[in-house]
Design a binder for this molecule. Structure first.
Ligand SMILES: NC(=O)c1ccc[n+]([C@@H]2O[C@H](COP(=O)([O-])OP(=O)(O)OC[C@H]3O[C@@H](n4cnc5c(N)ncnc54)[C@H](O)[C@@H]3O)[C@@H](O)[C@H]2O)c1
Length: 272
C-alpha cells in the first residue's frame, strides 16, 4: 500500500481470532512491509486461529502470559533472534476482567479478580515496557501503542473494573512515554477505540445496544477494527515521530459529542 513500515520489526500481542483488533493490525503491518512476531497467552494457543494468522504473515507465534515477567523476557529474546535485532514497534492489545466476564455487579466485586483485571489489562503494559527497556529491545524512535477505551474517563456502568484498568493503562503510557522519550526518542501512546465487535468487546453487558448508541452519537460513525489498524499503522510509522504520551481518540468523534440529533430522534419528549 504505502510501505509505511518497510524494514521495521515489531511484536504484536492479542490476536485471538479474525475479529481481534490485533489481527487486523497484523495484516495491515504485513501489507506495509513490516516483519514481526505474534504472541498470545498460552491458553489462547489452544484455539489454533493464531497459527493461521502466523502463516498468512510468514512469522512465528511466541506464547507468553503478559502477566508473567519471565514470559515477556522470552518473548523479547526470541523476537529479537527471529527478527534479527531490536524492535521498532510493539502493540499491546490485551484486556480481560473476570468480574465483567462473570457479570459481577460493581458493588459486589471479587477483589482477587479485580487484581487480575488490573494485572492482565494494565500492569502487563508496564511489564512489557520495563522488560523491553531492560533488555535494550527497542530501537531508537520505536513506537509502542496500547488499545484503550473511553470508560477510563467517563462512566459506562457495564464496563465494571475495566474502567480502572484502562485509567491505569493510560497513566502508564504517560509515565513510560516520558522516560523512554528522554532516553531514546521512543513514543508511547494509547489509542481509545470505538466499541468493536470482538471476543473482549462482546463480553461487556448490553454490547449490541451500546454499539448502536455509539454509532448514533458519532458524527463519523463507529470506527471499525480495520480503521483502527490503519490508524495504529500511522503511529508505528515515521510520520508521527513527535506524538507521545497521548491518549488518542479513534472513535468517529464520539468523545466530543454531548448529544446527537440521531439520539434525540429516538427519545420520547416528556408528556408525549
Ligand atoms: N472491542 C472493543 O469494543 C474495544 C474497544 C476499545 C478498546 N479495546 C481494547 O482492545 C484490546 C484488544 O481487544 P479486542 O477487542 O481485539 O478483543 P480480543 O478478545 O480479540 O483481544 C483480547 C486479547 O487479550 C488476550 N489476553 C487475555 N489475557 C491475556 C494474558 N494474560 N496474556 C496475554 N494475552 C492475554 C486474549 O487472548 C485476546 O487475544 C483490549 O485492550 C481491549 O480492551 C476493545
Amino acid at each position: 500500500m504505502y510501505n509505511l513500515l518497510k524494514g521495521k520489526r515489531g511484536i504484536i500481542t492479542g490476536a485471538l481470532d479474525e475479529n481481534s483488533i490485533a489481527w487486523k493490525i497484523a495484516l495491515r503491518a504485513k501489507e506495509e512491509g513490516a516483519t514481526f512476531t505474534l504472541t498470545n497467552a498460552p491458553v489462547a494457543m489452544r484455539m489454533g486461529a493464531i497459527q493461521q494468522l502466523a502463516q498468512q504473515c510468514g512469522t512465528i507465534v511466541i506464547p507468553a502470559d503478559a502477566t508473567v515477567v519471565e514470559d515477556i523476557e522470552t518473548l523479547y529474546r526470541q523476537s529479537m533472534e527471529h527478527l534479527g535485532g531490536p524492535v521498532d514497534f510493539v502493540l499491546h492489545s490485551i484486556g480481560m476482567s473476570p468480574n465483567v466476564r462473570k457479570k459481577k455487579d460493581y458493588g459486589d466485586l471479587n477483589y482477587e479478580w479485580f487484581q487480575k483485571t488490573l494485572d492482565i489489562s494494565a500492569l502487563s503494559f508496564h511489564k512489557m515496557l520495563q522488560v523491553g527497556e531492560k533488555l535494550d529491545a527497542f530501537n531508537a524512535h520505536a513506537s509502542v501503542v496500547a488499545l484503550t477505551y473511553i470508560a477510563a474517563q467517563r462512566v459506562f456502568p457495564d464496563y465494571g473494573d475495566m474502567a480502572q484498568a484502562k485509567a491505569l493503562l493510560e497513566s502508564i503510557a504517560r509515565s513510560y512515554g516520558y522516560r523512554l522519550g528522554r532516553s531514546k526518542g521512543i513514543r508511547v501512546n494509547t489509542v481509545s477505540q470505538s466499541p468493536t465487535l470482538t471476543t473482549a468487546g462482546s463480553g461487556v453487558g448490553g454490547f449490541d445496544v451500546f454499539m448502536d448508541y455509539a454509532e448514533k452519537m458519532s458524527p463519523l460513525g463507529n470506527a471499525t477494527a480495520l480503521e483502527c489498524a490503519d490508524y495504529v499503522i500511522t503511529l508505528f510509522s515515521d510520520l508521527t515521530r513527535k506524538v507521545t504520551m497521548q491518549n488518542l481518540f479513534h472513535d468517529g468523534g464520539f468523545s466530543n459529542v454531548g448529544i446527537s440529533d440521531a439520539v434525540v430522534q429516538g427519545l420520547t419528549p416528556p408528556g408525549a
